[in-house]
Design a protein around this ligand. Structure first.
Ligand SMILES: C[S@@+](CC[C@H](N)C(=O)[O-])C[C@H]1O[C@@H](n2cnc3c(N)ncnc32)[C@H](O)[C@@H]1O
Length: 314
């Protein structure tokens, strides 16, 4: 496992319970992956290992699982959870740090029986104010999933010119008040913390109607900046482009997304695969969480899962 430092290990039992990340649409994702004993699988967003653990249990000693994540802290938790399992019937597991845009480096052509990507952030990232993802806590303007990358939220907020900043907030945050917010941010520079940024946005973007009152005024702007900092949509496009080449015929691709920008990209990629004849789309409509899951895991409310099966060419 590359570039994972021991001192980054979060406190706790190392099994993920201490960070409370509940995997979204877990039984549905496992069903659509149709995990085969002895098969080869890739979890592109291993996170704290929730989905990976369920895949690994079904693989047996002849199976193989590659897990990747941008976040070295998450990989430490996943490693403890996945390699600590007390069973002789456990697959070979390899964890890789980096973006799933580079999966082609970690898996051979036509070698995988299934690939899973559960996009977005883990509770480990969202719940740690030091990572700078949350507008509800005082933290540094960071927002990097991969701490080895250079672009931070601090640079975006304090250095981008006003029109570009407004475009980021509009395009990736789907925030209609982007110009007003960008102007307020530029006028308030230098901005030093997440709480300071949230305060500036809240003052600039008062809710316009009842529906907007239900979400924090900084929600969309924080989403936009985070997507830009982590190049989330570009990475997803690259993953979707390479996936059909890595899957064996009959191999499954399962993607769980958390906002409409991601879901549109997945839907379009699957439609293209169907048109060109290398995918059979298994989900006519995206699979969403039921009321029972939403009640115990509110994060699942916005999840949309799509699945496809590799047909022949790709
Ligand atoms: C929702 S969490 C995954 C949780 C995991 N399925 C589990 O059950 O524990 C998403 C993870 O994807 C990682 N991630 C997001 N975009 C990535 C990318 N482009 N490449 C690699 N990892 C990425 C994040 O760092 C985060 O740990």
């Amino acid at each position: 496992m590359g570039r994972v430092e021991r001192e980054n290990i979060p406190e706790g039992d190392g099994r993920g319970s201490e960070v409370g990340h509940v995997p979204v649409l877990l039984p549905e994702a496992i069903d659509f992956l149709a995990v085969k004993r002895g098969g080869s699988y890739l979890d592109a967003t291993v996170g704290l290992g929730g989905h990976s653990c369920e895949i690994a249990k079904r693989l047996g000693a002849q199976g193989r699982l590659i897990g990747c994540d941008k976040d070295p802290q998450a990989l430490q938790v996943a490693q403890a959870r996945l390699t600590g399992a007390d069973s002789g019937d456990w697959p070979e597991i390899r964890l890789e740090q980096g973006s799933f845009a580079q999966v082609g480096k970690w898996a051979e052509k036509a070698s995988l029986d299934g690939m899973l990507a559960d996009l977005g952030m883990s509770s480990l990232q969202l719940g740690n104010a030091e990572r700078g993802f949350s507008f509800q806590a005082e933290g540094p303007l960071d927002m990097r999933m991969d701490p080895y990358e250079e672009r931070t939220a601090e640079q975006v907020v304090n250095r981008l010119d006003e029109p570009t900043l407004a475009d980021v907030i509009y395009e990736y945050g789907e925030e209609r008040r982007s110009r007003r917010i960008a102007r307020a941010i530029v006028r308030s520079r230098p901005i030093r913390s997440t709480a300071h940024l949230a305060e500036i946005i809240s003052a600039a973007a008062r809710p316009m109607n009842q529906a907007e009152r239900r979400i924090h005024p900084a929600t969309r702007t924080f989403q936009g900046i985070r997507i830009f900092v982590n190049r989330e949509l570009d990475d997803l496009r690259e993953l979707l482009q390479v996936a059909p080449r890595l899957l064996k015929p009959g191999g499954r691709l399962v993607i769980i997304s958390f906002h409409s920008l991601e879901d549109r990209i997945v839907k379009d990629a699957f439609r293209e695969g169907l048109t060109k004849g290398y995918y059979r789309v298994l989900t006519k409509k995206p699979v969403t969480a039921g009321e029972a899951e939403i009640a115990v895991n509110p994060r699942s409310r916005s999840a949309k899962m799509r699945a496809a099966e590799k047909v022949l060419k790709g």
